[in-house]
Structures are given as structure tokens and as C-alpha cells.
Design a protein around this ligand. Structure first.
Ligand SMILES: [Zn+2]
Length: 263
């Protein structure tokens, strides 16, 4: 039976191109703040919508994802859910989580998926049923629209495995990612000459939104499965476009990621 209490997702722009996310449970008034890199825009959004946070959730240790934790924690006396492996790099974790853990976020069931690569301890949170007829996933800096996070701490093979784990989620999963990098990602994808109609259509949609200064996130996972080359490293058409037909998908991923790093 599906959840009859639809969650509300809030997107809060922060810094130059970060998104902080909030998930609100209208029935219980629970409100999770996901990756508050800075407190000020969160406090402004709370005031605007007359909401009170009940929990903080972090995907990874980078400052632009946790920098607002302490202000929010002290002001509202709320718990912090974050990767257990990052207890030395994220202060005051009250709910350490590991791969496969079943937790609740704003009262909605969630599964913890370890997604190492961008950082060694990075996790994503998949909520299969928020009452909206689709799932929601908070993916931090692992998956972006038409792109993926830089591989800072893990290996290319780990990042490919992490992206593959996210790709295995249901098509109807709303992807809430940490950065508005879609336009720059789309420019890189255009340079690949990948003959995928869905990729071309998604690039055009992204550029049309950005031309109006509108956000491209959240995005449904089905769109990314069809249009994001970083989720298609085992697809024949991408491998051929890259001159790597039959190659190990992890090697294709590495070439793709290194190409973006140098783009
Ligand atoms: Zn990061």
C-alpha cells in the first residue's frame, strides 16, 4: 500500500551553485534538512514557509554540505544523521548510518546506499515511497543531471559501482542532487558526439531552463538513465562514440570522467 501522506520537497539555493534540500512531512510536521552547507538560506526558507527543522541529514563531509550543521543543531537541538565512517570528519553525528541501513527521514522510510568515489564515506538516501507516486533520492555529489561528482577520494571503479547502484533504483525516483552543474555537464556531453536522441533532448531542455535562470533539479531518474553518459558506460552507443567498443565499463567511466575534468 502506498503512503497516503505526500511529502513536500523544498529546494534551497546556496553558495554559487549548491542546492540544500528539505523534506517535509505535512502530517507529523517533521522536517529534514539535507546537506545544509550554510545556515542562512535555510533559516530564511524556514521563516518563509513557517517550518521548524526536526533533523539534519548529511551525504558526505564536504564543507559545502555540512557547514550549516552546527548553527541549526544548536538553534533547534536536532539530531544529525550522517555516514558512520565520517565520524572523524562530521561533528556531532547522532545517527551514524551504514550501507543497507533502514532509517526514517521526516518519518518516511529510507534506505542507505553507500556511494564511495567523490569521497570515501559518501552515502545516498533512497526513499521508495513519499506518497507522491514516485520515490525520492538524496544523492549528494554522486549523481548530477547529465553528470556526476568528481572522484576525489575513491577510485574510478568505485564511482562507477556507486553510479550503477543509483541507476538500479526505480525509474520514477526523483533525484535531488547537490549542485546545479547541468548546463556545464550538457556542454561536455555535446562534445562526445554521442548519437543518443534522449541525450540531445535533455541537453536542450537543460539549456532552455538555464536561459530562463530556472533550476534543472530535481530530475526524474528515468531521464538520467536515458540521457546521462555517466550512467551509460556499458552502453554500446556510448562506447562506440568514445572509441572504446567492448571495453570494461569502469574504464569507459574513467575516460569519461577524466575527459570532463580536463574539459
Ligand atoms: Zn562534495
Amino acid at each position: 500500500m502506498s503512503n497516503a501522506n505526500p511529502a513536500q520537497v523544498y529546494r534551497i539555493p546556496a553558495f554559487n551553485d549548491n542546492y540544500i534540500w528539505m523534506l517535509h512531512n505535512p502530517l507529523t510536521k517533521a522536517l529534514a534538512v539535507i546537506d545544509p552547507g550554510e545556515a542562512e538560506p535555510v533559516l530564511a526558507a524556514l521563516k518563509e514557509h513557517n517550518l521548524t527543522p526536526t533533523e539534519i541529514v548529511n551525504t558526505h563531509h564536504h564543507g559545502d554540505h555540512i557547514g550549516g550543521n552546527e548553527v541549526l543543531r544548536e538553534r533547534f537541538d536536532i539530531p544529525v544523521m550522517a555516514p558512520a565512517s565520517e565520524e572523524s570528519r562530521i561533528a556531532n553525528i547522532t545517527t551514524p548510518v551504514r550501507h543497507g541501513d533502514r532509517v526514517t527521514i521526516a518519518g518516511y522510510d529510507a534506505e542507505v546506499i553507500e556511494t564511495p568515489g567523490h569521497t570515501t564515506g559518501h552515502v545516498a538516501f533512497h526513499l521508495p515511497d513519499c506518497g507522491n507516486g514516485h520515490g525520492v533520492a538524496f544523492v549528494g555529489d554522486t549523481l548530477f543531471s547529465m553528470g556526476c561528482g568528481r572522484v576525489f577520494e575513491g577510485t574510478m571503479a568505485q564511482m562507477w559501482a556507486s553510479l550503477s547502484a543509483l541507476r538500479a533504483l526505480p525509474d520514477q525516483t526523483l533525484i535531488c542532487a547537490g549542485h546545479e552543474y547541468s548546463a556545464s555537464n550538457a556542454k561536455y556531453v555535446a562534445s562526445l558526439n554521442w548519437p543518443r536522441a534522449a541525450a540531445k533532448a535533455h541537453m536542450e531542455a537543460i539549456h532552455a531552463l538555464r536561459a530562463k535562470d530556472e533550476p534543472t533539479l530535481p530530475v526524474m531518474l528515468k531521464v538520467e538513465k536515458d540521457a546521462n553518459p555517466f550512467l551509460n558506460c556499458d552502453a554500446d552507443d556510448l562506447q562506440q562514440a568514445m572509441g572504446m567498443a567492448g571495453a570494461d565499463p569502469a574504464d569507459v567511466f574513467a575516460a569519461l570522467r577524466e575527459g570532463k575534468d580536463a574539459f
